[in-house]
Write a protein that binds this ligand. Structure first.
Ligand SMILES: *Cc1c(COP(=O)(O)O)cnc(C)c1O
Length: 240
C-alpha cells in the first residue's frame, strides 16, 4: 500500500464512523472507536496515540502487558480493553493494565476477575461476550448460563465487577444479512437483559470490526473494534 499512514487511516476511520452514525439517524459521538493494536508494535500504538487515540483493544494479555506497561511508564495516556479469550492464569496481569475485559465468556472467569480485582482494590468493567453467529468460537452460547452470571453480579457476589456491555464478533462471511442478524441478536439481548433486570444497566454494544463496522453502527453499536483499517494487515506473529 502506497503512503501508508496510521494517522491518516485513523482520521478516515473516524470520519467513516461519524458518517455512518449520522446516516443511521443516531446522535453524533454515540459510537466510540476502540483501536485494535494486536500484533502491531508499540511504535504503531504511539503513532495512533499521537493522533489523539485513547482507547485501545488487545487480544493477548502478555503482548498487551508488554506494550502498555511500557507506555504507562512513559506517562502516555490510554484506556485499554482486553478483547480476546482470556485464560484464568492471565487475569491478574490483564487487570494490571486494562480497565475493562470485553471478553467475559464464562462464570469461572468472572470469579477469577473478582478475586484478582479485590486483591488490587480495583473496580473493573466487563462486557459479556455472546456467541451470535455460526462460526465464532467464543462467547456465551445459552441464555440460562449468561443470565446466571448476570444474577451473580447483581447478588453482590462480585463487588469489584461492573457489567456494562455486551460484545460479539459477527461471522466472517460475505452475506450482509448474516452479519446483520448477528448484530441484531446482540441488541435484542441487551433489551431483554435490561427489561429482565431493572437494576442493571447494560449500555454498551461492542460490535463491528474493519469489515463490518458500518453495518454494526446501523444496528446500534456503541463501540467498534477496528484493527486492520487503522494499522494495516497484521504481521503473522509478534513475539514479545
Ligand atoms: C482482531 C480483532 C478485531 C479487529 O479486527 P479487524 O478486522 O482487524 O478490524 C476486533 N475484535 C476482536 C475480538 C479481534 O480479535
Amino acid at each position: 500500500m502506497a503512503d501508508f499512514n496510521i494517522k491518516d487511516n485513523l482520521r478516515k476511520v473516524l470520519d467513516d464512523i461519524q458518517e455512518a452514525t449520522i446516516k443511521a439517524g443516531r446522535e453524533a459521538d454515540s459510537v466510540t472507536l476502540c483501536a485494535v493494536s494486536k500484533f502491531h508494535p508499540v511504535e504503531s500504538v504511539v503513532e495512533a496515540m499521537d493522533a489523539g487515540q485513547i482507547l485501545f483493544g488487545e487480544n493477548r494479555v502478555q503482548e498487551a502487558y508488554a506494550k502498555f506497561t511500557e507506555l504507562g511508564e512513559k506517562n502516555r495516556k490510554f484506556d485499554l480493553h482486553i478483547i480476546g479469550s482470556l485464560q484464568l492464569n492471565k487475569v491478574k496481569k490483564a487487570l494490571e493494565v486494562a480497565s475493562c475485559i470485553q471478553s467475559v465468556d464464562r462464570e469461572e472467569l468472572l470469579a477469577e476477575i473478582e478475586k484478582q480485582a479485590a486483591k488490587l482494590s480495583k473496580q473493573i468493567n466487563v462486557f459479556f461476550e455472546i456467541h451470535t453467529g455460526e462460526d465464532s468460537k467464543s462467547g456465551y452460547t445459552d441464555e440460562k448460563t449468561l443470565f446466571d452470571s448476570i444474577e451473580n453480579c447483581l447478588d453482590k457476589k462480585y463487588p469489584h465487577i461492573c457489567p456494562v456491555g455486551l460484545m460479539t464478533m459477527a461471522p466472517f462471511v460475505d452475506d450482509e444479512r448474516i452479519i446483520r442478524k448477528s448484530f441484531v441478536t446482540l441488541r435484542n439481548l441487551r433489551e431483554k437483559i435490561n427489561a429482565t433486570y431493572p437494576s442493571i444497566k447494560i449500555k454498551d454494544l461492542s460490535m463491528g470490526m474493519s469489515g463490518d463496522f458500518k453495518i454494526a453502527i446501523e444496528e446500534g453499536s456503541t463501540i467498534v473494534r477496528v484493527g486492520t483499517a487503522i494499522f494495516g494487515n497484521r504481521p503473522a506473529k509478534l513475539t514479545v
